[in-house]
Design a protein around this ligand. Structure first.
Ligand code: 5GP
Length: 112
């Protein structure tokens, strides 16, 4: 059982941004910017290379839903980055597929 399975099971606390029968979105414990959220499938899928069409439909269709919820949480959000790291060489540290939804602010200096 990986750490995101434990969050999905409620064994580790997290702040839920969105949830339905297929996915959970919760605040990242280490916020790149305020509101940094992770969208994860509830199914135990390691990375994008494990995606079936069914998983892809269930997860990817939720990206705009969760992005809208994140944006609505703070009027100062002027943009959003969406990223998924797949494989250790790509920076993946948790072997349970996840999508980073990272709010951007006019003065966040992340581009510099
Ligand atoms: P990765 O590096 O695999 O792309 O992203 C994993 C993310 O999971 C990191 O941004 C990290 O901060 C987050 N994370 C790791 N452990 C926990 C946890 O226990 N709770 C929450 N909310 N996020 C976590």
């Amino acid at each position: 059982m990986d750490i995101f399975d434990k969050i999905i099971a409620g064994e580790i606390p997290s702040y839920t941004v969105y949830e339905d029968e297929d996915v959970l979105a919760f605040l990242d414990i280490s916020q790149v910017t305020p509101g940094h959220t992770l969208l994860v499938p509830k199914a135990d899928v390691a990375d994008i290379f494990d995606y079936t069409d069914d998983i892809a439909k269930k997860v990817l269709l939720k990206l705009p839903v969760v992005a809208a919820a994140v944006k609505a949480s703070n009027p100062d959000i002027t943009g959003i980055n969406i990223q998924s790291n797949n494989g250790v060489s790509a920076g993946q540290t948790v072997r349970h597929s996840h999508w980073h939804i990272i709010p951007r602010f006019d003065d966040d200096n992340l581009n510099s």
